[in-house]
Design a protein around this ligand. Structure first.
Ligand SMILES: C[S@@+](CC[C@H](N)C(=O)[O-])C[C@H]1O[C@@H](n2cnc3c(N)ncnc32)[C@H](O)[C@@H]1O
Length: 287
């Protein structure tokens, strides 16, 4: 399955540690768009919904894979009994707030953790699966450590249909069909981010690509393929949700939250025909 890859698993791990140590130490990581208040509010709501589905709700044990600087940990710490963060980049984890006394950190790969079988009610991963050499190995580990009935939640996974549409738009640049400045910006953000980081901060763009094999090599996630992989792993109820349509932030900021919600609901009704307009996939599986 992975033979044609031009990055090895060890290279992906090493590149992840390089990129994330760099961003954490430069004070840049927490400026990522998903830290904006409107997204934090949205993810907090999703976490509440996930916890309602979990075997244990008041005393839940949650593990966050690829926890980084604690985006999920900080949103969920007051809702659960214990949160365990797993990450390979110590410099990212140094920024996790441990003051609640309920958070424990583990410097470990997500594919091979020190936890006992069936120890968690909820397993989460945010902006993470595209950093893995093979997300299937990670799904197996998440399944192993979840209790029966435990819930897996993974978010901000790049949608292959969207990336395909952006690659097609990139090919039209300079042609007879004019591209709006807005789409041009999206092309830059989705396909040429490495260049920007290299110019602005001196980050090695090749390393950035190697740190995101699920984006740079696999070109994002195919929703049906991930659902099939989850079922093969042993998860029973598997669903995908599509999120952040192209231009959603613009509508939210320049029009209103209500307008954005109306468009989102419409595009959801039009799935799968509208799939290429959504940037990310959210997965929710039950063991
Ligand atoms: C884009 S960051 C996401 C951090 C955090 N979840 C967030 O949403 O802000 C990806 C994180 O995954 C970690 N990572 C990459 N590959 C990993 C692996 N195989 N096992 C554990 N952590 C990994 C990186 O060190 C980095 O902190």
């Amino acid at each position: 399955m992975q033979e044609d890859r031009d990055v090895t698993k060890d290279q992906a791990l090493e590149a992840n540690i390089y990129v994330h140590s760099f961003l954490a130490n430069a004070g840049e990581y927490n400026k990522s768009p998903h830290f904006r208040p409107e997204n934090q509010q949205k993810v907090r709501g999703i976490l509440e919904r996930i916890l309602e589905m979990a075997p244990e709700q008041q005393n839940a044990r949650l593990v966050d894979f690829g926890c980084g600087t604690g985006f999920i940990i900080h949103l969920v710490a007051d809702l659960v009994a214990e949160v365990h963060g797993v990450d390979i980049t110590a410099d990212m984890m140094k920024q996790v707030d441990l003051s609640s006394g309920t958070v424990q950190l583990h410097e470990s790969t997500a594919e091979n953790t020190p936890f006992e079988d069936e120890s968690f009610d909820v397993a989460t991963s945010y902006s993470f699966m595209d950093h893995l050499f093979d997300y299937r190995d990670f799904l197996k580990e998440a399944h192993r450590v979840l209790k029966q009935g435990g819930v897996f939640y993974s978010d901000l996974n790049p949608n292959r249909d969207f990336l395909d549409a952006i690659v097609a738009a990139d090919r039209l640049q300079g042609g007879p069909l004019p591209l709006s400045p807005f789409v041009t910006r999206e092309i830059q953000g989705a396909l040429h981010n490495g260049q920007l980081y290299e110019e602005q901060y001196g980050l090695d763009s090749e390393k950035l690509e190697m740190a995101e094999p699920g984006k740079s090599i696999a070109q994002g996630f195919d929703a049906s393929e991930v659902l099939a992989a989850a079922r093969d792993t042993g998860f029973s109820k598997c669903r995908v949700e599509f999120e952040w349509f192209l231009g959603q932030a613009k509508v939210m900021h320049e029009q209103s939250l209500e307008d954005a919600a109306t468009i989102e609901a419409y595009l959801n009704e039009m799935l799968p025909a509208s799939s290429h307009l959504f940037k990310y996939l959210r997965f929710i599986f039950v063991k």
